[in-house]
Design a protein around this ligand. Structure first.
Ligand SMILES: Cc1ncc(COP(=O)(O)O)c(C=O)c1O
Length: 451
């Protein structure tokens, strides 16, 4: 039996069909990560990089945390798996109690899923189940928003608003979905924090309610800050307005906090940061510091009670769940993460680092290929001026920055920067310095090529 860690170069790159990757490009010029510790990662050529997007928003506590590794190991040695249907284990209940202490209002009922995408599907299905249980089964429509990302399952893709994710699959998407406009206005140039203009865009929901019949709408789903299309921060008052319209028409408001959850904005959730309480909230990624897949849906007590009390005693109240809903290894990781959140006062740590981070990010404004910068908390987006086609410049900058020693995710022509919360100011300086080098190198090369 082999116990080597599989981090070397494999014999063949052919068989693995990689997700959201240019497979042909990658296999010609692979970037294989071999080690990760703290805020640094190393690749197969021995290059060390600083992790500037917390491994896709997953690892705010940094890599290789011994407390989490020990908790997982201990859990696996005692109880490695429990069938989650009609039986359970103590840990998942303990975790639900802990999570419910952080969620806003009375979003105290916790449903476990496998990832962000399954958390979104669950949130959509709970909305439908709730309306059915209260005699409003005619509510079948969902309202999403342009430039939203809600994962890759059919429901999430349908309410999402990223064109490349939708094009190929348009004919199998969920019927009855309507999209509001996104909130990124042309005047939102180099705005640090929440833009002053754009709250009125929330009235798109009112128009949709008028045009399609408010009584047919089950829920409206938004990311409080759109993460995957480059940190689109909500205009001041926008989320409050959505809340008011939802209340008026008995439409459920779902916040997808897969990225913004667990401290990214400086509060536990964006809901608290912006003072708007949704009816249902999703989370994933940082819940386990990204180490074991896990999604969570937090639901208002009233919704849970309505669904559960509508079924006769002894009958399954909602026919929904996953084999891996709240499995011991994920729960153990999440409980260890909760301990670290508390011990290291981690949300305040993120809050205190925010202005230093945003100042650093905005200092890159002078580089001539930088078109726009946005940011909130420890979350930022840098738009690179488009070259011949969308995404080309973004990917070229990503590669230059990779060479310069800073690792992050680029979507289209936007660089997504989201440092781990355990960063010291010196790490932020290093991220900014290396971004300047990588973006600067791209800028020089592209100018030379255009001559
Ligand atoms: C807001 C949001 N929702 C859902 C998802 C999907 O999560 P997962 O990739 O874990 O399925 C993501 C992933 O980035 C996300 O950002």
């Amino acid at each position: 039996m082999s116990n080597r860690s599989r981090t070397g170069i494999p014999n063949s790159l052919q068989e693995h069909w990689m997700p959201f990757t240019s497979n042909k490009g990658f296999k010609k010029d692979p970037r294989l990560i071999t080690e990760a510790k703290g805020v640094y990662i190393k690749d197969h050529k021995g290059r060390t990089q600083i992790d500037a997007s917390s491994g896709l928003f997953c690892n705010p506590l940094g890599h290789g945390r011994k407390e989490i590794i020990n908790a997982i190991t201990k859990q696996l040695e005692t109880l490695d798996f429990v069938t989650p249907f009609q039986q359970g284990f103590g840990g998942s209940f303990e975790l639900a109690t802990k999570i419910s202490k952080h969620t806003p209002g009375d979003l105290n009922q916790i449903f476990y899923t496998i990832c962000g995408s399954t958390a979104v599907e669950t949130a959509l299905k709970i909305s439908i189940a709730y309306h059915k249980a209260r005699g409003q089964g005619h509510r079948f429509r969902f309202v999403g928003r342009e430039r939203a990302y809600h994962g890759m399952n059919i429901g999430g893709t349908s309410v999402g608003g990223m064109i490349n994710n939708v094009k190929t699959f348009a004919n199998i998407l969920m019927p009855g979905v309507v999209h509001m406009r996104h909130t990124h206005l042309p005047e939102h140039k180099f705005v640090k924090g929440q833009p002053e203009t754009g709250a009125e865009l929330a009235s798109d929901l009112e128009r949709i309610a008028k045009n399609f019949g408010a009584e047919n709408i089950a829920a409206c789903i938004v990311e409080p800050i759109s993460g995957s299309t480059g940190t689109l921060v909500p205009p001041k008052g926008y989320l409050n307005k959505l809340r008011e319209i939802c209340d008026k028409h008995e439409i459920l408001l779902i916040f997808d906090e897969v990225i913004t959850g667990w401290g990214r904005t400086g509060s536990a959730f964006a809901a608290q940061e912006y003072g708007v309480t949704p009816d249902i909230m999703t989370m994933a990624k940082a819940t386990t510091n990204g180490i074991v897949p896990m999604g969570v849906v937090a639901v208002k007590e009233k919704i849970y009670d309505t669904i559960v009390n509508s079924a006769p005693e002894g009958v399954i109240e909602m026919f929904h769940g996953y084999t891996y809903s709240g499995i011991p290894v994920a729960v153990a990781a999440a409980l260890a993460v909760q301990d670290i959140f508390e011990k290291e006062d981690i949300f305040n740590r993120a809050k205190n680092l925010s202005s230093y981070f945003l100042d650093g990010l905005f200092s890159l404004k002078d580089i001539d290929c930088v078109e726009n910068i946005r940011g909130y908390g420890l979350m930022g987006g840098i738009d690179i001026k488009m070259s011949e086609k969308p995404g080309k410049a973004g990917f070229s900058v990503y590669k230059e920055c990779y060479e310069a020693g800073v690792n992050f995710k680029a979507t289209g022509d936007c660089l997504i920067i989201a440092p781990p919360f355990i960063c010291e100011k010196s790490h932020i300086d290093e991220i900014v310095e290396k971004l300047r080098k990588g973006i600067g190198n791209y800028s020089k090369t592209s100018k030379k090529n255009s001559k």
